[in-house]
Structure formats: structure tokens, C-alpha cells
Design a protein around this ligand. Sequence first.
Ligand code: ATP
Ligand code: MG
Length: 560
Amino acid sequence: MEAVDIKEENIPRNFITDIIDEDLKSGKEDHVATRFPPEPNGYLHIGHAKSICLNFGLARDYKGTCNLRFDDTNPVKEDMEYIESIQKDVKWLGFSWNGEIRYSSSYFDKLYGYALELIEKGLAYVDELTPDQIREYRGTLKEAGKNSPYRDRSIEENKALFEKMKNGKFKEGQACLRAKIDMASPFICMRDPVIYRVRYAHHAMTHDKWCIYPMYDFTHCISDAIEGITHSICTLEFQDNRRLYDWVLENISIEHRPHQYEMSRLNLEYSITSKRKLNLLVDEKLVDGWDDPRLTTISGLRRRGYTPASIREFCRRIGVTKQENTVEMSALETCVREDLNANAKRAMAVLHPLKLVIDNYGTDGVNDSELTVANHPDKEDLGTRTITISKELYIDKADFKEEANKQYKRLKLGYEVRLRNGYIVKATSCEKDENGEITCVHVEAVPNSIGKDVEGHKPKGVIHWVDSNNCYRAKVCLYSRLFNVANPGAVEDFLSTVDKDSLEVIEDAALEMSLKASKVGDSYQFEREGYFCVDSKLSTENNPVFNLTVALRDTKKAFV
Ligand code: ATP
Ligand code: MG
């Protein structure tokens, strides 16, 4: 973990820190133990980052501990690939977990024992209603449920039947273990919830040892208690389930008593924060895997060029509350933009190259061939680099017009601009192809004008360029929003909201030569264009491919 200043005033305040402070003051707790409990059924997304920053952040700020626990109770959907990617993402975000990784599945023996204890106390029974009947008997928000005919079986009978379940004598759905609570409870989750079910599935960790699996609500609270968690933080949809969390722990013989607190989940505009739906996008090949740079998965954001610090900062700014809300995408983008503006080296890259010829190149005062330029306008420690200049350069197609009004601060015939880091030039003529498209611009450079004002010359703007005789022709990927509606998750057929034009590939942008040596992890500000990073999937040795991370300013440009 990065060194942080743990002065109290640096701890971000929220209702959870209020609770912790109170617990520490009253002596209810003498330390803080949290956990991050992902279900390994997909890659982590930006919503998980909020939970990670909160749980690991509390452990850091209160000098406590945070466990990483895989909540692997559903053997059907879980996979080693996810278990590995989740560890990688947590580490990348800058956090380290307490001791070994935990798995709910490593508590299966204990969980079985606690289920038996409930049976022995007359607090659980084996039900043989079908799943449909169980649903029907459960009732509704307005109507109480009704008791299963199997509810009043004797303890001995329940023990024998549960044993039978464990030994594979029931088919899936034929029997389950239910907690005996109250079929008339106003909280549906308390109407005799299922706590064990039969599943003939291979489990990533326990392999074929079990054919019965504990349900989430039963597993989670007990896992928290086994691990000595003090503050178990989850999202608001588990608010009602807190009753069940507490009921289970009150009715089994376990010493430690964790408490559950709920916060609102992060919803982000133009993004999906559901692993199930992300999985669909991947399966339907609408994106280039879980790390597609248009996805707000942690791996997608990493590939897009987001820094861990920028994601942590985003999580700090959104805070932790109980109010449901949706955060604008620009809030996330601002964080990475600020980070890269402060820390990324500058470079010149022409995305849509147009030839520019300096007709008087080689004459007095217009014969420089190398220029030393700063890598960052404010950070001298980022050093300088050498770029070359020659008679033929590339500028961007959008930076030249034959004629334009005063608002156009770029190059036009008869007017002057400054080439960034280079000469003041005046456009004198242009060439066109048979379709009337401009293929080349001719300019005259003002002698001795590099890095200097020259009397009588007032260039109207600055444009970037690269040396056409010494540049790296690269592939550059531009991304815009993946979805064409702000809340794709609310659209039933959300796959139909995918914008098929959200990836634009430029095959041969002209980049300054120094960029050819860039490595995965390097980010730059391409001057006047935006922030770009080296793509981790498409790049090869000495042939980096660049991804647009974010535009320079919060304009529509990056997204249209
Ligand atoms: P998903 O719907 O993506 O599967 P989940 O809540 O089922 O989400 P888990 O793997 O169970 O995913 O979540 C691990 C932890 O991350 C949980 O504590 C959960 O509350 C938290 N979490 C998940 N999504 C969000 C979110 N959008 N905002 C805040 N916390 C979240
Ligand atoms: Mg889940």
C-alpha cells in the first residue's frame, strides 16, 4: 500500500466513519476489521472500486485490517479467471489485503455444522415443496405467506433428511433446508428463507465434495463472524436482509458479532455496473472482452489509461452515503484528466495527416533540423526531448482551410500561425486531388522565429505537427460512449443501446518518432488532441498502439 498520512483530518468523513468513531469511543469495538467480498462471477467494475476504496480505506485509516474474501457459494457461475482478475484489480488499485485470501467455500464444513445446529434447535427444516410452490407459499408484500406442510417435521426427521440431501439422495429442487422464522413477517426475506439447496455442480475450490450449497444470506454473516469482521458494509438492496443477517448470528453458537451497514451503490451514467450484464456484452462480442477500453470495468479503465490514483480520487469525491443517485461520467473523466494533466508527458501526434511543405526551408534562419523541447510545461523534472524538423511536415487536416472566418485560429491562405515549438509560417498555396480534396499545403516560414516573437508577425494560433521524414505511423483508437442512452441498465434490451460507432480506429496517424519506444503503462498528452496511453492488447514490441483516454477538455468532442 502507498504510504499515506494518517492524520485524523485526512480521513474522509461519512456516516460509516461516524459509526466507527462511536463504536470505538463506546468501547463496542477496539479495532476495525472490514472485508471486500466479491462473488467471483465476473470482472470488477467501477462500482466495486467504490466498495474497495471504502473497505480498504477504512482499514488503512483506522490502522485495522481488510480481508479479501471470495464469496464463492454459487458453483455454477464461478471461474478461476475471475478469481485471478479480481486479485490483480485490487492490487492495481493500490490496496493489499490482510493475510491470505479467504474463500467462503473454505467455511463449508463449519456452515454445515451451523445448519445442523439450527435444525437441532428446531429453527430449520427440510422442505420438499417445489421451487414454484415455495414461491407461491411465500406470499406478497401485501399478503402473508403460508406455512409449508413440511414445516413441523421433527428434529430427528430433519436431521436425517438434511443428511440425505448432503449424500446426494435428492434431485436439484426436490428438497432444500429452510430457516424456520415467520411466514407472516413484513420482510419477505424472513419468511422461512432457503439456507441450503441441492446443486450437482463442480466447484472451483471444493471440486465435487459437496452437492448441497449454502445460500448467500446464510453464508455471508457467518463468514464475517468467523473472520472477526467488525463492520460489514454492503449496498442498500441488502437493507431488509440485515434482519436475516442478525437472526442467523443470534441463533448459532458463534462468539464474534459483526454488524452490517448499508450504503448506496454507485451508478454511473453511460455505464453498466452489473457483472451479469457485462458478461452478456462480452459473450455477444459487442465489446473486445472484459477489458474493452469502453467498459467501466477496472480492467477496461486500466486499458483505457486511467490511473489507480484517478479512480481512488473519484471514489473519494463521490463519497459514501445512503442516498441513491447517478454520477455523471464527466466526474470520472475529470479525475483522470487532472491526474494526466499534472503528470503525463507532452508529445505531438497528427491524427489525420496532411502534408505541409516549407518552401523556403534551407534558406538563412529556416534551416534548423533538431529542436529541444520540454516534456511538460510546468514540470522540469520530466526533462526534454529532441524532435526533428525538415522541409516536409504533417499537420492535421482540420488545421488548414483555404478560407475561414476570424474564429478559425488555425492555418488559412494568406495568414500566419505558429507551428508548436517551431517556426511562424504563412500559408501561400495548396494542392488538391481530382476530387477537390486538399493534399498539400505550401508555407513560407519566418526566419529565426523558433521560440521567439518576430517584429511585424502576429500568428493567430498555434498548431501541432510532426516531421514527415521522421515520424512513427501508428494505429490510434478513439473511443466514445459505448451506450447511446444515459442509463442503459434501465433498458430491457440494453444490448440494443450499444453504439456501434463508439470505436474509431485511425490506421496511420503520424506521431513524433520518440513515441515509437513507448511501453504499456506510458501515457501522454498529445498536444491539442487529448490524453492517450499505450494499449496493452494490440501493441507489439516497438509498435505501440495508442488509446484515447480522455479529451483535453470536457467538451462533446471526446464523445461524439
Ligand atoms: P454485480 O451485480 O455486478 O454482480 P454484486 O453486488 O453482486 O454486483 P459482488 O461481487 O457481490 O457484486 O460485490 C462485491 C462487493 O462490491 C459487495 O460488497 C457489493 O456490495 C459491492 N458492490 C457491487 N457493486 C457495487 C456498486 N455499484 N457500488 C458500490 N458497491 C458495489
Ligand atoms: Mg452478487
